[in-house]
Design a protein around this ligand. Sequence first.
Ligand code: PAF
Length: 280
Amino acid sequence: MEILTTLEGMRQSVQNEKRRGRTIGLVPTMGFLHAGHLSLVRISRAEADVTVVSLFVNPIQFGPKEDLKTYPRDFDRDAAMLRAEGADYLFAPTDEDMYPREYRTFVEVRELQDRLCGRTRPGHFRGVCTVVLKLFDLVEPDCAVFGQKDVQQALILKRMVADLNVPVRMIVAPIVREPDGLAMSSRNTYLNPEERQAALVLSRSLAEARAMIDAGERNAGRVLSRIRSLIDAELAARIEYVEAVDPDGLMPVAGLRDGTLIALAVFIGRTRLIDNLIVS
Ligand code: PAF
């Protein structure tokens, strides 16, 4: 695996690969990798000849009171994991190269960026879209792989790609969970042992929702109330939102149908966790 830190180096390497007729898969990450990220790498390797994993803690997607400074980082461990997983390139650009002082251009996907997580994280999806479009321009991937854990991000990026005619195939990979159900996330590392236990209420409440839906429940209000009451019963948990929305406009729905997204964001202590399910 080759480690690249310059934009020009990344561009050149990809162009060389393309000249040899190879297809490129991109897995954008912010590092501190876990099994969820590795599942994305495996998908990229199956779908493309060459896999590029970007590792960049994108400063412009963090709000002023968010965890940019404390975001967990371990470059050597990440590089070793990616090497073992068979990634071909690790692209780790610097903040200064990605956003030089004179930087002024941002990408917004209107309305979708303001719903769900966007309500409490203004500017977050603008930061995500901007960096991902920059990565697409540098790497020119044939396909890019994102996780369903960040489902709003995946849907917004799909909209961006369609609206701007970016020639990349977007792949959304299933959520990878710990054996006890907790969705894998780099931020799980913030949880102390009691909070780690309390955090199970997210996946447990979604599993209960899934069981209600499997038993035929189609009333969104009833399913959401059940989720909320389970989470409210957990002392360490504070709900930010629990919503059932349509996957295109992310607008609340009253009835559940195939494709409806049930998404939640919950604070466990000071750690904000998200999880979701897609009705099927
Ligand atoms: O999902 C993430 O880790 C980030 O939002 C992404 C897509 C790498 C953009 O910084």
